[in-house]
Design a protein around this ligand. Structure first.
Ligand code: ATP
Ligand code: MG
Ligand code: MG
Ligand code: MG
Length: 475
């Protein structure tokens, strides 16, 4: 089943169930505390928090999302894209748990021939929050055996804003890919074998004294309870298309194939190369979608994320052995498949491609100048009888010349020197610390996502952050 067909079935299904179909909002978030739309619920935050009365009781959308938080996972797991589409259905003080669960079950298990997604009910698992007996009972009533309902704690199955206000338990739906993908034991045991496809959030309680995402007091029931759900379109697509991961679906695979063709590599022959091809396929698509939504490369904010995505894609192509300009080959391939759902990509492609190609050319120049600095540093290190490039050198290359650390490491290895990586990381961490302090100072409004925004792009490891959509990200 093509991705566009899954999208169509989704919207038709929820429209039949009385939902207003709302077009995707921009990837650039309208919420001042968020750089990107990281979940389908983001455009609906004012309604979900009852700041603004919702113009409809029920809504559904297929929302363009971008999660920089997942960038290190891309290509390594089967299921994390930087760009992806989240299908959502929402209830604003209208239906609640029973209907949300029933809708999800019906759409997932109705045979394809009857307009559903045709998942084998025997291979679906669910999770509920520890004490959410109501959700447990509802799943049992719908036919889910108790052995396939796992209870999980706050970290996985509780949504809140990190602020006093609405909160509530979640229930997630997983698909079992089978024993060849890992051990038995449900999602609690293995999230690579059991793929999370859909998160149902039950906004049910009033929380007070929120000390952290997992430490708060429940003070009562919300007068109007809301439903917020998110289903990963690419995840359903890869499971329905019988491929191994989301980078091999119809909307992504052509870019991967062009990367392989250009680099004269066979996909599937070497693990590291495969990861690189998947990174290329993901990042090129994300860049296309970001530029499509008006982002241009820059040194901060959304522009910096775009820059980093393009650089990482170009780097990955070089590591695959392809040193010519890559985007003129890859970007049109992505546009061709994505424009079926987003026709504006085709009509706007002249502008989009101009922005993207210029950025690749700029990075190629960076590589040229950085390489000279690098070679000088190596020569000086060797002349002084050393065999290790200092952390300061590596940091300066990164910070001043935009030279990614993995590039420095690789070129150092070729030049027969090592790099003081620990020293480099210390300097990076100090920089992140400064950015964090800076962000704290700049904290505005009720929702502090500035820490996330300012540190994420520079920090090598995933960061924990608190904020509105944190729970969406983690749940
Ligand atoms: P995971 O645990 O796999 O990282 P999540 O719990 O962070 O997923 P949610 O925040 O619950 O994801 O988002 C709702 C749905 O969106 C998920 O069930 C999944 O299907 C999809 N999704 C989340 N992150 C990604 C991503 N980076 N790429 C593709 N799909 C995603
Ligand atoms: Mg996640
Ligand atoms: Mg989740
Ligand atoms: Mg999860």
């Amino acid at each position: 089943m093509q991705t566009a067909e899954i999208r169509r079935r989704w919207l038709d299904f929820f429209e039949r169930k009385g939902h207003t179909v709302v077009p995707s909002a921009s990837l650039v978030s309208t919420d001042p505390s968020l750089m990107f739309t990281v979940a389908g619920m983001v455009p609906f935050i004012p309604y979900l928090t009852a700041q603004v009365p919702a113009p409809y009781k029920r809504a559904t959308s297929v929302q363009k999302c971008l999660r920089t938080l997942d960038i290190e996972e891309v290509g390594k797991t089967t299921r994390h894209g930087t760009f992806f589409q989240m299908n959502g259905n929402f209830s604003f003080g209208d239906y609640f748990k029973a209907e949300a669960i029933a809708f999800a079950w019906e759409l997932l298990t109705t045979p394809e021939a009857d307009g559903g997604l045709g998942f084998d009910p025997e291979r679906l698992w669910t999770t509920v929050y520890l004490d959410d007996d109501e959700a447990f009972r509802l799943w049992r009533e719908i036919g889910m055996p108790a052995e396939r309902i796992q209870r999980r704690g706050k970290k996985d199955n509780y949504w809140n804003t990190g602020q006093p206000g609405p909160g509530g338990p979640c229930s997630e739906i997983y698909f079992d890919r089978g024993p060849e993908h890992g051990a038995e034991g449900g999602p609690e045991a293995d999230e690579d074998r059991y793929i999370e496809i859909w998160n149902l959030v039950f906004m049910q309680y009033q929380l007070s004294a929120v000390r952290s995402k997992t430490d708060f007091d429940v003070t009562g029931e919300l007068p109007a309870k809301n439903i917020d759900t998110g289903m990963g379109l690419e995840r359903v697509a890869f499971l329905k298309q019988g491929v191994d991961n989301m980078y091999e679906i119809d909307e992504v695979r052509p870019v991967l194939d062009y990367a392989a063709l250009a680099a004269e590599k066979e996909y599937g022959a070497n693990h590291d190369d495969d990861v690189r091809m998947r990174v290329v396929a993901d990042h090129v698509r994300s860049a296309l979608m970001l530029i499509g939504d008006g982002v241009t490369p820059g040194n901060e904010g959304a522009g910096y994320v775009l820059r980093r995505l393009i650089r990482r894609a170009v780097r990955a192509m070089r590591l695959l052995g392809f040193e010519d300009e890559a985007l003129p080959i890859l970007l049109p391939a992505s546009m061709e498949v994505m424009s079926a759902s987003y026709p504006e990509l085709r009509t706007d492609f002249e502008r989009i491609s101009r922005v993207a190609y210029a950025e690749e050319q700029a990075f190629r120049r960076t590589l040229v100048s950085g390489t000279t600095i690098f070679e000088t540093a190596v020569a000086q290190t060797k002349a002084a009888g050393g065999a290790t490039l200092s952390g300061e050198r590596a940091f300066a290359l990164h910070d001043t010349y935009g030279f990614p650390i993995d590039l420095t490491l690789e070129m150092a290895a070729e030049a027969g020197v090592t790099v003081d990586e620990a020293g480099f990381r210390t300097l990076m961490a100090e920089q992140v610390g400064r950015a964090k302090a800076d962000a704290k100072a700049k904290k505005t409004g009720g929702v502090d996502l500035t820490v996330y925004r300012s540190t994420l792009e520079t920090l090598p490891a995933p960061v924990e952050f608190t904020g509105y959509v944190d729970a969406q990200n983690e749940a």
